[in-house]
Ligand binder design. Structure first.
Ligand code: OGA
Ligand code: MN
Length: 206
């Protein structure tokens, strides 16, 4: 069914209000998703994707047993047309989230991520002990024609750190999964194929 941008935003707000998480399909037009995917691959080709560290400010050294992805932070100074489209959409989402939940979301930080085959991101919370600025995590997947057998699901734990119950989301191109950063432990399961995403965190003021 065709849904407008406004309906998608309302869907996301309702999901967050009821469950603390939401899934939105076709968050951006397929052409924009394809462009973002090729930009991520291009960044990798030219050596602009770097192994992600762990912990606050990614201070710790990369560790495959914790997370195996390569990332590139969006840089305000060199934003492409497609990234601009993404950021505008996120800005509208930020305003809506603030209006509905009084979250005081101040800005967004976003990075592309590429998980090579076999890479994982072990169960974690996006809020840190020492720094709780991240309030809402939004992961936009950029994978064309992702199949369940490819793996790479996002596993969202619904009851704190407990191993059950959980929900698995397929990293299908154009789908966005959003959730409260301080509430949901989650992990990335290993994939058989390269897995692309563009992740944004809405933050409160430092
Ligand atoms: C993260 C993360 C999940 C995903 O980058 O913090 O949890 O599905 N990503 O890519
Ligand atoms: Mn995370």
């Amino acid at each position: 069914m065709y849904t407008t941008t406004t309906q998608k935003t309302e869907q996301l707000i309702a999901g967050i209000a009821e469950n603390g998480y939401a899934v939105i399909e076709h968050f951006l037009p397929p052409a924009t998703i394809a462009t973002l995917a090729s930009e991520a691959k291009k960044l990798q080709e030219i050596g602009e994707m770097h192994r992600a560290g762990t912990g606050q400010n990614s201070a710790a050294k990369p560790d495959d047993s914790i997370r195996g992805d390569f990332i590139h932070w969006l840089d305000e100074a060199s934003i492409s047309h497609a990234q601009q489209e993404y950021l505008q959409r996120m800005e509208s989402l930020r305003e809506n989230l603030n209006r509905n939940f009084y979250l005081g979301l101040f800005d967004i930080e976003s990075h592309f991520a590429i998980y090579p085959p076999g890479a994982i991101y072990r169960k974690h919370l996006d809020q840190f002990q020492e720094n709780k600025h991240r309030q809402v995590s939004c992961i936009l997947y950029l994978n064309d024609a992702w199949r369940h057998e490819n793996g790479g699901q996002l596993r969202l734990y619904l009851d704190g750190e407990k191993p059950m119950p959980y929900l698995d989301f397929e990293p299908v191109g154009g789908t966005m999964v959003a959730f409260l950063s301080g509430r949901f432990y989650h992990e990335v399961l290993p994939a058989k194929q390269e897995r692309l995403s563009l992740t944004g965190w809405f933050r409160t003021r430092a």
